[in-house]
Write a protein that binds this ligand. Structure first.
Ligand SMILES: NC(=O)c1ccc[n+]([C@@H]2O[C@H](COP(=O)([O-])OP(=O)(O)OC[C@H]3O[C@@H](n4cnc5c(N)ncnc54)[C@H](O)[C@@H]3O)[C@@H](O)[C@H]2O)c1
Length: 360
């Protein structure tokens, strides 16, 4: 049995945002580990989506709920008494946050506060991970990678909301879930995690580069790219999900020592621009073209890199899948989806097992 299985088997795990791209991969993996999963989210944010494509609702306790609804959230935490919580629910799109800044702030900031308030009312939760973003740092457009100690910030509403979620998590940790009071007034370990831009099969969100590419290519249209020279900490989906599960496991085993903020980013030599990424997509798709849209765009970070030294040193985590392999696997997944969909569940699950065998 893999170490993660020993930790998660038969454990009650609450995942918010389970109908989204990353949430679906997380619950798929948790299901493989034998966890008893409770998902709390709005409906899947896109059509199609990974959650329904893999029929994941049949594997979990699936609850449609809004993180803004404190009463409902409290009642679910009270009813199911989870031991682990992974909080992913969010308005997750930078460009959309310019259209709906208030909704983004409410969901990402007050949603996090509500989740933490629900935690204060239960004794069942032993480890809680708040998923924020690489965009939570004050972006200085410099060549250095951001470390967990760097200044938080955010120009656009999404980035700002994630920086706020970080500050709120740190405040709740100091005020209500602190080291000094562990096992006297509380027994919860609380961390936040900041991962890079995630690539993988099953994402159909608007204004994300891989879904934009796949939608265009599947219709025989040119891909439109807006920020060709932008560099992001691209990460294959299994890398951060493994990081979250590993951190959750460490938090349960060694409780309070792992309660802090954690970066999960690509290896230092893995740098790629949006244009590099699109060229790889076209290579693995087998054909296609792209056009650069040079009209004025809302402000987005141009150069953003994460330093994962802390996760490497204390968790033994590192990204295992480089950018070329990440795009290859992702495009293979979509190719399969758009051709036959046959054994899509098995194909997706196999990826997790292969990844686990790489770790062992
Ligand atoms: N995908 C990335 O590249 C990336 C990078 C860094 C951080 N993140 C963060 O990771 C998390 C998951 O991202 P994703 O890519 O799966 O996003 P996604 O948009 O695919 O999914 C978002 C999920 O949140 C749920 N949700 C939205 N508003 C809600 C509300 N008010 N109440 C309850 N549920 C609500 C949706 O139903 C969905 O399940 C988010 O917090 C996101 O900000 C994502």
């Amino acid at each position: 049995m893999h170490n993660l299985e020993k930790i998660y088997r038969n454990k009650k795990v609450l995942v918010t945002g389970h109908t989204g791209f990353k949430g679906s991969w997380l619950i798929l993996w948790l299901h493989q580990l034998g966890a008893d999963i409770i998902g709390y989210s709005l409906e899947p944010p896109t059509k199609p989506n990974l959650f329904e494509s893999l029929n994941l609702q049949s594997k979990i306790t699936h609850i449609i709920g809004n993180v803004i609804d404190q009463k409902h959230l409290d009642s679910i935490v009270h009813q199911y008494q989870p031991e682990f919580v992974f909080h992913l629910a969010a308005q997750s799109i930078v460009r959309y946050s310019y259209k709906v800044p208030k909704l983004t702030m409410e969901t990402n900031i007050m949603g996090t506060v509500n989740l933490l308030e629900a935690l204060r009312k239960t004794e069942s939760v032993k480890a809680c991970l708040i998923i924020t973003s690489d965009k939570c740092y004050e972006n200085k457009e410099w060549i250095y990678s951001y470390r967990e100690v760097d200044t938080l910030g955010g120009n656009d509403p999404y980035s700002c909301s994630k920086a706020c979620a970080e500050l709120i998590t740190a405040s709740y940790r100091k005020s209500f879930f602190n080291k000094a009071d562990y096992e006297s007034s509380h027994s919860a370990a609380l961390s936040s995690v900041r991962a890079g831009n995630i690539i993988g099969g099953g994402d159909w969100a608007e204004d994300r580069i891989i879904p934009d590419c796949v939608k265009a290519l599947s219709m025989g249209m040119p891909i439109i790219i807006r920020n060709p020279s932008a560099i992001r900490p691209w990460l294959y989906i299994l890398d951060p999900i493994y990081g979250y599960l590993l951190l959750g496991a460490k938090m349960i085993a060694n409780s309070i020592d792992y309660c802090s903020a954690w970066n999960f980013g690509p290896q230092i030599n893995s740098k790629a621009t949006v244009e590099d990424l699109v060229n790889l997509v076209i290579k693995y798709w087998g054909n296609g073209s792209y056009k650069i849209d040079s009209s004025p765009q809302p402000l987005e970070a141009g150069l953003l890199q994460l330093d994962s030294t802390k996760a490497g040193t204390f968790l033994g985590w590192k990204s295992l899948i480089g950018i070329d392999e990440a795009i290859k696997r992702t495009i293979e997944w979509y190719r399969h989806y758009y051709s036959s969909k046959e054994k899509l569940y098995e194909k997706t699950v196999n990826e997790i097992h292969e990844y686990l065998s790489q770790i062992n």
